[in-house]
Write a protein that binds this ligand. Structure first.
Ligand code: FMN
Length: 192
């Protein structure tokens, strides 16, 4: 069942989409739980799946990662990035152009670190940095003696434009939106 229907207005669409995006952060099997994050290097773009942990009050997104990972290096060099969501059952694609902000050992990471328990904490405490070449699989499964939040990072991704494509038997619907200076979404319909 499509989320965006022909009778919806450009004012209604962002609200409908954000309601669906929030479900992704709380419902275990929701297709918006995971999202493709693309960053830029000098030569090319780099994409990877990440878990969308929170939708913020400012309509941004939080993602957890290791501060030593490549995506952090890339975002430090260029904070422009892209988030791509796809809901297969609803035929709904949303892509956001965002600015990334890196949080490490600050108030925000202090808030979320206690919720990163046990096995999940290992994702941010490998002895070697993520992406380091290793001689054996075991070398990648060595962890720091003390569970520490040293590398735990919350990536805040704040969208400034987005585009939605709703596939539907009744006719596809496509629209793009831009954030205005007073934090509203201004949209236009596009040929799908
Ligand atoms: C379903 C899925 C969810 C993932 N979630 C995360 C995540 O939330 N944070 C993260 O840093 N990596 C996550 N990963 C691993 C990344 O895709 C990636 O391999 C890793 O972060 C290294 O990326 P980088 O070297 O480009 O920084 C996930 C992978 C998959 C397949």
């Amino acid at each position: 069942m499509p989320v965006v229907l022909p009778h919806h207005t450009l004012e209604e669409i962002p609200k409908l989409l954000y309601a669906e995006l929030k479900k992704g952060t709380v419902q275990k099997k929701h297709p918006f739980k995971n999202v493709v994050l693309s960053t830029l290097t000098k030569e090319t773009s780099m994409s990877r799946w990440v878990v969308c942990r929170h939708v913020t009050a400012e309509q941004g997104f939080y993602i957890y990662t290791d501060n030593r990972s490549q995506k952090i290096l890339e975002l430090k060099q260029n904070p422009n990035c892209n988030l791509l969501f796809y809901h297969d059952r609803q035929g709904l694609q949303i892509r956001f152009n965002c600015k990334g902000k890196i949080h490490r050992q600050n108030e925000l990471t202090d808030k979320y670190w206690p919720g990163v328990k046990g096995y999940s904490a290992e994702n941010y405490t490998t002895s070697l940095a993520p992406g380091t070449p290793i001689a054996s699989i075991e070398d990648g499964q060595e962890f720091l003696k003390n569970i520490t939040d040293e590398y735990f990072t919350v990536l805040e991704l704040n969208p400034y434009t987005f585009e939605v494509l709703q596939l539907s038997r009744e006719g596809h619907i496509r629209a793009n939106f831009e954030k205005t200076t007073d934090d509203q979404w201004k949209g236009s319909f596009l040929v799908p």
